[in-house]
Design a protein around this ligand. Structure first.
Ligand SMILES: NC(=O)c1ccc[n+]([C@@H]2O[C@H](COP(=O)([O-])OP(=O)(O)OC[C@H]3O[C@@H](n4cnc5c(N)ncnc54)[C@H](OP(=O)(O)O)[C@@H]3O)[C@@H](O)[C@H]2O)c1
Length: 283
């Protein structure tokens, strides 16, 4: 049995069908069983649980051999990873595949630190593990959908900084491989798309697919942070995002890696393919 945390999210929704296609027995961990059942019907078992509720994690791991550990972005990543790692140590789980983040090994980023602490907790369980460190997801441009539909300019705070964004379906495919074989034990993969793209290049690809021009407006990272504060984001999260946007603006996540191709035996999907498959969200 494989327990999938985050099964209702971006990677989880791409991962479950791939695990079911591989004929794996799957249980999902969710705070919202009704939503999970609406998504997956009776194809998966549903465990109601929360990373802040240790007994619920223990129950979710009964009879489980492998865990896909995805915790929601933000300052709680490390605490939630540690909570699951502690539950794993009280269980018979043999393997954890942790969804981490690009640059988790970097010393100087706040958000990297959250994931690095989570990775350390996973490694400290002494169970078999695989660490997946994806770049930003292609799907993050869904944040532009409202502006695109309204004909408003898309605000760009990362300037001409290129970012080797990755298709969430490829991240899920690598996770599925790691969860259904022992070939990836002890490995840390940095998962990227085929090429670094800046936001203006992404907008040009989206505009071409839509068949109409799209307007963009360059803003500062401080402007982006101000909007997050106004929307009520906690300061620890704003500080991390501000630093992360500067990291991207400086082009420090621009270099593609070979890890997706090495695991999947095919090149990573280009951004244009994700756009083609999700155009309706922008119409
Ligand atoms: N977005 C990116 O570009 C990117 C890039 C690299 C790494 N990452 C990492 O990827 C991870 C996922 O980020 P995302 O934005 O794509 O989120 P997401 O997976 O779309 O959504 C978060 C998921 O976490 C679950 N969750 C939230 N709080 C929970 C709790 N207290 N207990 C149990 N489950 C909980 C939610 O499930 P329920 O609501 O069903 O409980 C939901 O399925 C994060 O760790 C992030 O740092 C993201």
């Amino acid at each position: 049995m494989i327990l999938v945390a985050g099964a209702t999210g971006t990677i989880g929704r791409a991962l479950i069908p791939q695990l079911l296609a591989a004929r794996a027995d799957v249980r999902v961990l969710t705070r919202d069983p009704t939503r999970a059942r609406a998504l997956w019907g009776s194809d998966v078992e549903v465990a109601s649980g929360d990373f802040t509720d240790a007994p619920s994690l223990g129950r979710s791991l009964e009879g489980v051999e492998r865990v896909f550990l995805l915790t929601a972005p933000g300052p709680t990543v490390a605490d939630h990873d540690r909570a699951m790692a502690a539950a794993v140590m009280r269980s018979r789980v043999e393997q954890i595949v942790k969804l981490s983040a690009y640059g988790a090994e970097q010393e100087d980023l706040i958000a990297s630190g959250w994931h690095r602490e989570g990775e350390e907790a996973v490694i400290a369980t002494g169970r078999r593990f695989t660490l997946l460190r994806p770049a930003g997801f292609h799907s993050n441009v869904l944040a532009w959908a409202a502006s695109v539909r309204a004909g408003a300019p898309i605000e760009i705070s990362t300037g001409t900084g290129k970012h080797a964004v990755v298709d969430p379906r490829d991240v899920a495919a690598v996770a599925a491989r790691a969860l259904t074989s022992n070939d990836h034990d002890g490995r840390a993969y940095t998962l990227t798309g085929p090429v670094g793209l800046d936001a203006h290049e992404q907008i040009a690809i989206l505009a071409e697919a839509l068949g109409r021009p799209l307007a963009a407006e360059d803003v500062t990272v401080e402007h982006a942070a101000g909007k997050m504060r106004a929307a009520g984001a906690p300061e620890a999260f704003v500080a991390a995002v501000l630093q992360g946007l500067t990291f991207l603006r400086d082009g420090r996540a621009s270099a593609p890696t070979d890890d997706v191709a090495a695991v999947l035996g095919r090149p990573p999907r280009p951004f244009a393919a994700w756009v083609r498959d999700h155009l309706d969200a922008f119409r």
